[in-house]
Design a binder for this molecule. Structure first.
Ligand code: NAD
Length: 388
């Protein structure tokens, strides 16, 4: 008899490679989408990367409508507006095109347009979804244009509940794109800040998944290679945004991170979510700020694992060597060492810190941290990220 029990899911079809955006019409045909809603964000909607993609749809005579009311860190009103447009236009599927914000909102529109229950019923806090919920999900083709969140292969969408200023992870095992077109050429136009922030997000996903407790050797294997790919390629992608090989490896690492984090995430995300919801900071960059503080906090529980990870990545010095590489990477890439470097005029009183710590310990990711995230621990980590 063994106590090793787990659950593994790897269902998404990913068409990977530079130039494969040309296959978008075929991906729609395979998925059965004839009249898609093209969901993107307003910044991207003005860039050639969207115009060029729409030309591909035009050439294939596919009727579509663009919806771009998507805030970075999307909110409930974006979702409601998107559902209204989807239903009014009689759309039969979604092309989710963009970074995590547009991908998540596109997935959530497809998920929620025909549901009978409110979206908040599907917060990632239980296992009570039904077959009927799944049958109401419209098909999705996902096209990432950043390399970080991995939302294209994930079963969740993150959305801010505006009334409570809380980021909620909406989850359904069937809220998955049918086909992903992972074309690294689409990420070439990312500004440096977004390349760094999204790349550090991929690193945070791989690292937290690897450190999460539980038996999931497949996620662990994916996560360690994902960490190696980020350490080797993120500096190259930042130094030369047109380096398609580095961009491709980063796009893989992003999908790997999200595939691996079905095992769990941890305190980096638990703290980053309330900061993102309250201060509208970039998710990946916020993760990057918290990363070394949380790694040190978890040391006792993960030292042996990190020793192995360091050896795999060719880093000498075990845990200490790995922690030093993370600090240097952050510094080289211009990641702020403290929250004050991320949030202008940051002034947090005790009540605000208390609120953030409370939000962190009830965040669904807190349970995946290898050391229990108590309120005192969350407060201490927050103080460290403020003081440096
Ligand atoms: P984002 O989608 O918010 O995009 C950030 C900015 O980058 C936007 O202004 C966008 O216009 C711009 N941009 C995107 N691609 C570009 C390109 N190719 N060229 C030029 N500009 C480009 O950023 P993100 O980090 O990808 O996503 C963050 C969101 O994803 C957050 O809401 C976060 O909570 C969520 N998230 C979701 C998951 C998940 O599992 N679903 C995981 C992690 C994060």
């Amino acid at each position: 008899m063994t106590t090793l029990v787990s659950k593994w899911n790897y269902p998404t079809t990913v068409r990977f490679g530079a130039g494969r955006i040309s296959e978008l019409p075929d991906a729609l045909a395979v998925t059965g989408i004839k009249h898609p809603l093209f969901v993107t964000d307003p910044g991207l909607a003005k860039l050639p990367v969207v115009a060029d993609t729409l030309k591909i749809l035009d050439a294939a005579k596919i009727p579509y409508r663009v919806f771009s009311e998507v805030k970075p860190n999307p909110v409930e009103s974006n979702l409601n507006a998107g559902i209204a447009v989807f239903n009014e236009g009689g759309h039969d599927g979604v092309i989710a095109f963009g970074g995590g914000s547009a991908l998540d909102l596109g997935k959530l529109i497809a998920f929620q347009a025909h549901q009978t229950r409110p979206v908040w019923d599907f917060e990632d806090i239980g296992d009570w979804w039904t077959r009927a919920d799944a049958d109401r999900i419209a098909p999705i083709v996902a096209v990432p244009t950043t390399a970080g969140t991995g939302s294209e292969v994930g079963r969740a969408g993150v959305i801010t509940h505006e009334a409570s200023h809380t980021k909620k992870v909406i989850f359904h095992p069937k809220m998955l794109p049918a086909i992903v077109i992972a074309d690294p050429a689409l990420t070439v136009g990312m500004p440096s800040f977004i390349t760094v922030g999204t790349g550090m997000d991929a690193l945070a996903h791989c690292l937290e998944a690897y450190c999460a407790p539980g038996y999931h050797p497949m996620a662990d294997g994916i996560a360690v290679e994902g960490v190696r790919l980020v350490l080797e390629n993120l500096p190259k992608a930042v130094a030369d945004g047109k380096d398609l090989t580095a961009r491709a490896h980063m796009m893989s690492a992003a999908a790997m991170g999200a595939t691996a984090f079905q095992k769990g995430l941890g305190a980096i995300h638990s703290l980053s979510h309330p900061i993102g919801a309250l201060y509208d900071t970039h998710h990946g960059m916020t993760n990057a700020v918290f990363m070394p503080y949380v790694l040190a906090f978890n040391r006792e529980a993960v030292e042996e694992r990190i020793d192995r990870l360091a050896a795999y990545c060719g880093i000498a010095g075990g845990f200490d060597g790995f922690a030093a590489v993370i600090l240097k990477l952050r510094q080289d890439l211009g990641v702020p060492h403290t929250l004050g470097g991320l949030i202008k005029d940051l002034a947090m009183d005790d009540a605000r810190k208390d609120l953030i710590a409370e939000m962190a310990i009830i965040d669904p990711t807190a349970g995946g941290n290898p050391v229990r995230l108590t309120k005192d621990a969350a407060l201490s980590l927050l103080d460290q990220a403020i003081a440096g």
